[in-house]
Design a protein around this ligand. Sequence first.
Ligand SMILES: Cc1cc2nc3c(=O)[nH]c(=O)nc-3n(C[C@H](O)[C@H](O)[C@H](O)COP(=O)(O)OP(=O)(O)OC[C@H]3O[C@@H](n4cnc5c(N)ncnc54)[C@H](O)[C@@H]3O)c2cc1C
Length: 1023
Amino acid sequence: MKMQGALDFARSEMIALLRAVEPDVLESLLPAATLDAATRARVLGQAGLILNDLRAAQKSGWINRFLHEYRLNTQEGVALLSLAEAYLRVPDSATADLLIRDKLGDADWKAHSGQSDSKLVNSATFGLVLTRALVADEGGALKGLLARAGEPFIRAGVAAAMKMMGGVFVMGRNINEALDRAARPENKGFTASFDMLGESARTTEDAERYYTSYEHAIAAVGASKKVPGHNISVKLSALHPRYEVANAAACVPELTEMMTQLARQAAGLGIGLTVDAEETERLMMSLDIIEGVARNPQLSGWEGFGLAIQAYGKRCRPLVGWAQALGAATGNRLMVRLVKGAYWDSEIKKAQVDGMSDYPLFTRKAATDVSYLACARDMFDASHIYPAFAGHNALTVATLIDWAGERRDFEFQRLHGMGEGLHERLVCEEGFACRTYAPVGGHRELLAYLVRRLLENGANSSFVHQLADTAITEDMLLADPATRISSVQGRPHPGIAKPADLFPGRINSAGLDLNDAATLTSVLTVVAEAHPVHATALVSGQPVTGEARPVINPADGTMVGTVIEAVAYDVRRAIAAATAAAPVWNARPVEERAACLERLADLLEENRPELLRLAVREAGKTIGDAVAEVREAVDFCRYYAVQARSGLAQEILPGPTGERNELRLVGRGVFACISPWNFPLAIFLGQITAALVTGNAVVAKPAPQTPLIAFRAIELAYRAGIPPEVLHFLPGGVEIGDAIISHTGINGVAFTGSMPTARTIARNLLKDDNRPIVPLIAETGGLNAMIVDSSALPEQVVADVITSAFRSAGQRCSALRLLIVQEDIADNLLKMLTGAMNTLVTGDPADIRTDVGPVIDAAARDKLEAYRQSVKDKWVHALEKPAGTGTFVPPTLIHLEQVEDLTTEWFGPLLHVVTWKAGELEDLVGRINAQGYGLTMGVHSRIRSTAETVSKLARVGNLYVNRSMIGAVVGSQPFGGEGLSGTGPKAGGPHFLMRFVSERTISTDTTSAGGNATLLSLAETDI
Ligand SMILES: Cc1cc2nc3c(=O)[nH]c(=O)nc-3n(C[C@H](O)[C@H](O)[C@H](O)COP(=O)(O)OP(=O)(O)OC[C@H]3O[C@@H](n4cnc5c(N)ncnc54)[C@H](O)[C@@H]3O)c2cc1C
């Protein structure tokens, strides 16, 4: 019971520290990491010795020098890194040649020629110089000849070089090869922890393959008598394609079972098993799995189980406490590997993208070092932890050696291929144990690992990188981390803005951490509650009377609320009131109008729970999509407020003396805002706030399917200070839309929806010959394509395709409709894609596990389903329809012969696929353009020139390179298309507001009062 208390306490501390204030966290760590003067002197002495060892070892390792010569911060370093990452997976020579030309063509290899004191590095450089000469465009006939003759030769050379680089970081292509290598003299004295390369399985088949490779590795290590003491490292993400918090209810028991099996096998053979540490969001879930395995009675007495702990995480220290408590609870010591953490950059980005309140990890390198030392102290003191200290930092190692004194009941760990020289002397002469983390796998699995290692080597703050930098003195290299952190009072790094502060002049919208158990529980509770909303049309804020119509939840057909829609009479009243109110509103200072928008943004965040519920229940949005919806609405409000302040100010224009020329921007009058159901809050409010802040009055018509969330938004807008007579709410169907548009009191229209409706609106606006031509901002659909070449990373492509095509059940204007894959990789890619589709959960969006919710209503379902059935013979893959009464359409992949075969935008989870041939890129983009639409396009390629070609030729509003095609962020990715996809300007972009205003120039003759006072009062000057 006491042990359980300790485990619970550690967990509660972890929860409290997740995004705690950095100086506070560090304040509690600093005492344990601070060295007194005598200790510091001894540590520096020891570190000096290690540095000598490291430097001596580096002289013999050519790869070290190769990496040092080509640092990440040089163009050549980046080129090599990208080449290494992509080259070995490219099957066709045309793309391989393009890739080489792209990566090696521009860089200045000559500058590196002869720079290194390693012959191998210099000859490699010479090879690159030669390659450059061959692939670069400049040059005469000889080069042309060489280029033709040379390409296969270059290709072979580059492949060999890349394999060599891979070989440096990988112990063997399979476990037997790795065991042999581990037994070689150069590894004498070192045990190994074998890591079966592969992570983030995308499909069940991948996960099964990885599981089998672990089983096989355990058996092989158990059977090998060559060197005792080896163990195995496991990445949980390799064992499950949906190892995600949202799927914890399923994946935690499944992974616990798998890991228990592997653990029993390992225990039976007397070898150890360590669980690697991965992304922060997965930590708590991984602890459930680890605890489940550790408590298994059949493993009682086995002390080979362990976990890795990342010092860069703010929760690190209580995590050590948790491991100690778990060891004590089971009576078995755990092996705890302390690392600094390998995902720092991606974690920082993710927190920014997700709008988190703060970072889960430290933002200064020295803070991570402080945390590492504080945790190491705890580990030394823990009775149920066998400490393993992983890393390549001489100062850290020297400190641990000093603290260890005579103790040898722990081990150091390092990565295969890194840190040669760091531990050799300590192992041979001073009896320290050291283990090498030894990746095992073929080149296919190597890439993600290789890139992480190269990034680690190349990062400016990395010890290994600094060691090779002659500009960094030994004092700098061995600077005391605790002193550094104390001197800045633990403040976060000034170069890393908090997620809320990313955008100048406005607060970024706040996200919700759905990976946090408490947050998730509260969201699920809110979403599950039925709070019917009774909406009504509002004319000058006054409800209308009439018959209430039910609004239906597309996931189950239940009633979410009711709406009393507007009738034609309400439309006339609203437009009359708006016309009267517009000049008064327009006369209010921009600042006042902008402040209303900012108050609305705050109110949206305050009322987020209810808005989430409505987005899920009324619009069928998954919870993640609902959070994004509210965030986008908030961002629109704040962004347009900032834009209005800077963009609407009156401007004095230059001209001759004696006159004043002034440009003013004023509202056009009454704007009609007509929005769709797929973004019932964000687009609805985006249009309205843009119109309001520019001084217009607004009549707003939401989609018939989603009036409830829109109604709540209008109520909040009134509360934010928008006068009711300036904003009127007119829910209804086509006839209300027609009545609004046909009314000559409307001075502008913002519309998002289908192309046919946009055309009808355009025609209606022109019907009356006496009516001025008013602006129509139309945002319509697209036949959005993604082009994938053979250099792209398949795992990333598949993840981005799944997101782009199936998230929001494909009901986004930006969604991917046509996947265009280079034929050389099509079979493999589609296999992976269909495997990944199989892991998708279609169902009730109120369930956090759901990936694909319903389509909006029965009419949409019937239309999509009729088409889907009509092309059944072309299905590459289709999921089963979920049970229940919801309007579900199963995600389906449909094969087409050619780009031109897709003629209709199917607004649902239906993805089409065609193939293309290398060398036909320009033609391909031309054919996509010829379809006439121009909303979004994606390209996945590791070849910069390919992305550039597409960006030059593609006539689309939003092009996405090597990422998903959805989720445009206000202010970062202004959204909107061209051609058949819309009129522009782009929503959430710097030019949007200008379409809502009229420009007025006021020119005043300032001499007309009797003379040119300005000119006559000019002072004499000597300048
Ligand atoms: C045997 C072994 C096993 C490993 N297993 C894992 C594992 O399971 N999971 C895992 O994530 N990593 C693992 N790693 C990788 C490990 O995290 C990195 O190798 C390690 O961070 C490098 O630290 P260092 O002491 O060698 O170098 P240093 O140069 O002293 O430290 C570099 C580290 O500092 C941190 N850092 C850099 N900049 C900042 C900053 N601005 N603010 C805060 N922190 C910063 C990062 O963690 C970076 O990796 C393992 C490493 C080894 C040696």
